[in-house]
Design a protein around this ligand. Structure first.
Ligand code: ATP
Length: 262
């Protein structure tokens, strides 16, 4: 078996007595689509915030591609190859699709101000290479017709796609998707599902998906970790998680659990 890209090992994070993440452990394989589900307040966003360096856990290890992340600031973690999309769109709404995607390349733009002004040599080569990566993403996410539009004028589903594109522009080794279909209609959701599968199968990028749309999670994920009150209830295939009595109880309450499983 190949090394996991991510090891999350016995992680604890509390806020003034609230145990947001309470001894959580999981691993994500090199080409895996791993989903985290759970009711509101279960600790899903807190896990993303620990992964991306926004919160420092009080205990535990987070090892990404062989590097220990605990204590590293968000920009260092991003530069190591972890990209994230957000629940609420975080794009520059006055900039075009292409310019927003180019901003995703900033970790890869290495030239300093003098060579950038001179606009020769390495700076020019890097600009061309970065443009090529961005053009590939425009094709991949079918954004061609929107490329020169300011993002703020685009339909919601397309804006979410641009945000995904900006994360892909980082050429990440792991992609964190925070509720990618929240607020989308059926057609937009189906489009997003297709792109997520293509990212795993064609670009070979592993992903962690946090999502409340259970149908989507169960259709897409290789494995699912279900949480409640900061603690994992079960981790397994979508079939195993759906059949788990603890999961049914967490979502539907004790009475339904008896009805569903009896
Ligand atoms: N910055 C914070 N300060 C205090 N408490 C926090 C903070 N962030 C999260 N919490 C608490 O930690 C717990 C887990 O919250 P978290 O946002 O991780 O849950 P979630 O599963 O992402 O929920 P949702 O599905 O609603 O986004 C909650 O009780 C929440 O109130």
């Amino acid at each position: 078996m190949t090394e996991p890209i991510l090891v999350f090992d016995d992680v604890h994070l509390s806020f003034a007595g609230v145990k947001a993440v309470n001894g959580v452990s999981f691993e994500v394989g090199e080409r895996e689509l791993f989903a985290i589900i759970g009711p509101n307040g279960a600790g899903k966003t807190s896990i993303f915030n620990v992964l991306s360096g926004v919160y420092r856990p009080q205990r535990g290890r987070v090892v990404f591609d062989g590097v220990d992340l605990v204590g590293k600031p968000p920009h260092r973690i991003a530069a190591l190859g972890m990209a994230r999309t957000f629940q609420n769109i975080e794009l520059f709404s006055n900039l075009t699709v292409l310019d927003n995607l180019m901003l995703g390349r900033h970790h890869h733009i290495r030239y300093g101000a003098p060579s950038a002004f001179a606009w020769f040599g390495r700076a020019r080569h890097e600009e061309i290479a970065n443009r090529a990566v961005v053009e590939n993403i425009v094709d991949f996410l079918e954004l061609e017709q929107w490329r020169s539009f300011p993002v703020g004028l685009l339909p919601y589903g397309v804006q979410k796609r641009v945000e995904l594109g900006r994360a892909l522009a980082m050429e990440p080794k792991l992609l964190l998707l925070d509720e990618p279909v929240a607020g989308m209609n059926l057609e937009e959701t189906e489009d997003m599902a297709r792109f997520v599968l293509d990212i795993r199968d064609e670009l070979d990028i592993p992903m962690i998906l946090v999502e409340h749309d259970m149908g989507l999670v169960m259709d897409l994920a290789d494995r699912v970790m279900a949480m409640d009150f900061g603690t994992p209830i079960v981790t397994g295939t979508p079939g195993q998680v759906q059949a788990d009595e603890g999961v049914i109880r967490a979502y539907l309450g004790q009475e339904h659990a008896t009805e569903v499983t009896s």
